[in-house]
Design a protein around this ligand. Structure first.
Ligand code: IPE
Ligand code: IPE
Ligand code: MG
Length: 238
């Protein structure tokens, strides 16, 4: 089947269900997050093997700070470790890593790990892997608009110079095309503040599989579903 697939250039994923997956096994939620991080590592290689150029995963939302402090801190520990171990693996797999989201709320050492990972992998030409950390679509658009407003304030541009292109260039995602396919796992069918601007014409795919169980077969199923869709962008033809 794989050879007939229409491979999307950019796949975005809302990794969901780590907690429920663990609970079902009688394990703590944080165990689910640890297994979820492993699933990300694996899917990255599978995505590259399938020919996907951009993979963007939602790891921590601007709303996730409202979780219990112990869970937030466990998630930060997992992210910290992930960022650190990613350098070696990304170099091996020719993966360029980037992080989107508002960074000032993250600890200094996480910020340092992000910078180190981004700089070390900047020259890699294979898949571009983006992790959304303290990311919210509304926050991202607000920051972009604020930047534009400051330019108007300083007289650098006039209000009429603010175009869709300018807003898009000021988003954290300015180096990537919009997602072709958005996958959300574990039975939830909402966007939860992810890539709001960028998903204007993205195809959505929902699966009951919890994130830690998501694997290459599941990714291929999502791409099969995508391959059967007719992309439309408001007009009559694609
Ligand atoms: C996704 O799993 C990971 C993060 C949001 C960080 P959840 O933690 O949301 O798992 P559920 O949805 O509670 O099962
Ligand atoms: C969205 O998942 C955020 C991430 C996957 C990081 P959540 O599990 O936090 O979203 P809601 O609260 O169910 O919408
Ligand atoms: Mg969830």
């Amino acid at each position: 089947m794989e050879e007939n697939l229409n491979i999307p250039a950019h796949v975005a994923i809302i990794l969901d269900g780590n907690g429920r997956w663990a609970k079902e096994k009688g394990m703590p939620r944080n165990y689910g997050h640890m297994q979820g991080a492993k699933a990300v590592e694996d899917i990255l290689v599978d995505a590259r093997d399938l020919g996907i150029k951009y993979l963007t995963v939602y790891a921590f939302s601007t709303e996730n700070w409202s979780r219990p402090e112990a869970e937030v801190s466990a998630l930060m520990t997992i992210l910290r470790n992930y960022l650190k171990t990613s350098i070696k693996k990304s170099m091996k797999n020719n993966v360029r890593c980037r992080v989107i989201g508002e960074r000032s709320a993250l600890s200094d050492d996480i910020n340092a790990a992000i910078t180190e990972l981004e700089e070390a992998t900047a020259g890699n030409t294979g898949l571009t892997f983006t992790i959304a950390i303290n990311y919210g679509g509304r926050d991202e658009i607000t920051r972009a608009v604020r930047r534009a407003a400051k330019k108007v304030e300083s007289g650098e541009i006039s209000a009429d110079d603010i175009t869709e292109e300018m807003i898009a260039q000021n988003l954290d995602t300015n180096y990537m095309p919009d997602p072709d396919l958005l996958i959300r796992t574990c039975n939830e069918q909402r966007i939860s503040n992810y890539l709001l601007w960028q998903c204007a014409y993205t195809e959505f795919y929902f699966t009951p599989v919890a994130w830690p169980d998501f694997n290459k077969d599941e990714l291929v199923k999502a791409i099969e579903a995508y391959s059967g869709r007719t992309r439309k962008f408001g007009g009559l033809k694609t």
